[in-house]
Design a protein around this ligand. Structure first.
Ligand code: DQA
Length: 150
């Protein structure tokens, strides 16, 4: 099973940016964590991070026919990007949305997620653990049985 893990703007600044919200671990730490989860579960991950909306749309389009699932943290584009929503709908690859922080307990402008409309599942406010759950959910989802996940 192959998955594409997409992170949006400023996720590369983890460990530096707003540590009270996002913690002190870095983007490299995140990749290591997700890679280990994937190795343990016989999943082949590819990682992509960009600060540019169009580059994320391109990455989703290029995933068509190449990946079984997408894990995506669109970061700030979560709250603005109909283009990312449309790209996810276009490729119809099962996608799971992740947010390190609990967007629903933050400012009102973070309470909407456009890409989330095209996702089969969302994990918010769990830090790195949300990515692990997303990967495991996709594995079960692609195996055709996701009934015991919450
Ligand atoms: C975020 C939440 C977004 O509101 C914010 O713009 C981010 C990160 C999260 O992972 O909690 O950059 O997606």
């Amino acid at each position: 099973m192959r998955i594409l893990v997409i992170n949006g703007p400023n996720i590369n600044m983890l460990g530096v940016r707003e540590r009270g919200i996002y913690g002190s671990e870095t983007y490299e730490d995140l990749l290591k964590y997700v890679r280990e989860v994937c190795v343990e579960n016989d999943i082949e991950p590819t990682f992509f991070q960009s600060n540019h909306e169009g580059a994320i749309v391109d990455a989703i389009q290029e995933a068509y026919g190449r990946y079984d699932g997408i894990v995506i943290n669109p970061a700030a584009y979560t709250h603005t990007s109909i283009a990312i929503l449309d790209a996810l709908k276009a490729v119809s690859i099962p996608a799971v949305e992740v947010h390190l922080s609990d967007i629903f307990s933050r400012e009102p402008f973070r309470h909407v997620s456009y890409p989330g409309i095209a996702c089969v599942k969302s994990y918010v406010g769990m830090g790195f653990e949300g990515y692990k759950r997303a990967v495991l959910f996709l594995k079960q989802y692609c195996d055709g049985s996701n009934s015991h996940f919450s």
